[in-house]
Design a protein around this ligand. Structure first.
Ligand code: GDD
Ligand code: MG
Length: 350
């Protein structure tokens, strides 16, 4: 039986104020929590059992997913009372694994949007007789990520998490946040304290000459950690640029839930998602945005590359660009918000 661990316990600090009440992996991208897209991808690769490593707002996951009855996989929860870091979370989750010491375990960061061929990565791990296989992607600016140079054989000899000096930028290949670990390697992570898999476990495995391979995949990849990335990820899913088993046959310039009321003269485009019960007024233009359930957008307002959370209200003739509006906030008519604004839950902008 193929087992996976999803790391979903982070604070989602860069997505505040959206993550005050909802953990980042549970925020809806194109109508489904990121975790749900990942469960579907894992299931499609033959994963039958997934352990969710939770900490921040742990209860939200179980309330939503239960034990996986409706998701075609068995879901198990490993809850950390205090956040254990990425490596500590993996070690904590391992208590729930049923596989043997030499079996592969798939591990996913909970905020990564990808169409990765998971079975292909497991296959490469097997062929290389590896301890760990890392999914890598190339990005223009690698600084916010883990840098992972590889040699001609795909072996990893170095892992530099979030480099701070220009000399450290030795590659554009980064850790894409999905790994295949040999089970016994997970069991060797210390269990009694927080551990960072990026800053501690990987460097230690490399120093001990364990077989760590990097597999560069050219397909779609995005970390949903910032508001702009989050809106882009949702729009890419809606438009079919980012793949998800949950959206097959439903992609286009907009994804509008049937219970939403969109005035026929409104323009909804650029991969915008409009949630259940939302109301979009006459002449409104909404592009590249995520409109959660029960939001109201007034007539002739323009909303672009923004995230508008549950039951927030935007008046008429507003200009909302690159903005995050948290749940139940109210924006009065005729407001032009500074691009990049963050509006807090229940805040009133008059
Ligand atoms: N259970 C648990 N406990 N999960 C955690 C904890 C913890 O203490 N800390 C973080 N996580 C989870 C987060 O919820 C997220 O899904 C994942 O671990 C990674 O944390 P992020 O905060 O999103 O890290 P990052 O984006 O800065 O960097 C990581 O991802 C990059 C790729 O997206 C690193 O793995 C980088 O090396 C990598 O390039
Ligand atoms: Mg991240």
């Amino acid at each position: 039986m193929l087992e996976a661990i999803l790391l979903v316990g982070g604070q989602g600090t860069r997505l505040r104020p959206l993550t005050i009440s909802t953990p980042k992996p549970m925020l809806p991208v194109a109508g489904f929590a990121c975790t749900e897209h990942q469960i579907a991808l894992a299931r499609a690769a033959g994963v039958e059992r997934i352990i969710l490593g939770t900490s921040y707002r742990a209860e939200v996951f179980e309330e939503h997913f239960g034990h996986g009855e409706n998701y075609g996989v068995e879901l198990v929860y490993a809850v950390e009372d205090e956040p254990l870091g990425t490596g500590g979370a993996i070690r904590n989750a391992a208590a729930h694994l049923t596989c043997g010491p030499n079996d592969p375990v798939i591990i996913f960061n909970g905020d990564v949007l990808t169409g990765l061929d998971i079975s292909g990565l497991v296959q490469k791990w097997r062929e290389a007789n590896a301890d760990v296989a890392l999914y890598l992607t190339r990005v223009e600016d690698p600084r916010p990520y883990g840098l992972v140079p590889t040699d001609a054989d795909g072996r990893v000899h170095e892992f530099r998490e979030k480099p701070t000096t220009p000399e450290e930028i030795v590659t554009d290949q980064i850790n894409a946040g999905c790994y295949i670990f040999k089970r016994s390697i997970i069991d060797s992570i210390p269990s009694d304290r927080p551990v960072s898999v990026e800053r501690e476990t990987f460097p230690e495995l490399l120093a001990a000459d364990r077989i760590v391979i990097g597999v560069v995949d050219e397909g779609y990849w995005l970390d949903l950690g910032t508001p702009l990335a989050f809106a882009k990820g949702s729009a890419d899913l809606v438009r079919g640029i980012a793949p998800s088993p949950l959206l097959v046959g439903r992609t286009g310039e907009a994804l509008i839930e049937t219970s939403a009321k969109v005035d026929p003269s409104a323009l909804i485009t650029g991969g915008t998602y409009v949630g259940h019960g939302a109301v979009i007024g006459a002449g409104a233009v909404v592009t590249g945005s995520v409109i959660f359930a029960n939001v109201e957008v007034g007539s002739d307002s323009h909303v672009s590359n923004s995230i508008v959370s549950t039951a927030a209200q935007i008046g008429s003739r507003c200009q909302i660009v690159d903005t995050v509006i948290a749940e139940r906030a109210v924006i009065a008519s005729d407001k032009a918000l500074e691009p990049g604004s963050l509006v807090f839950p229940d805040e009133k902008v008059n």
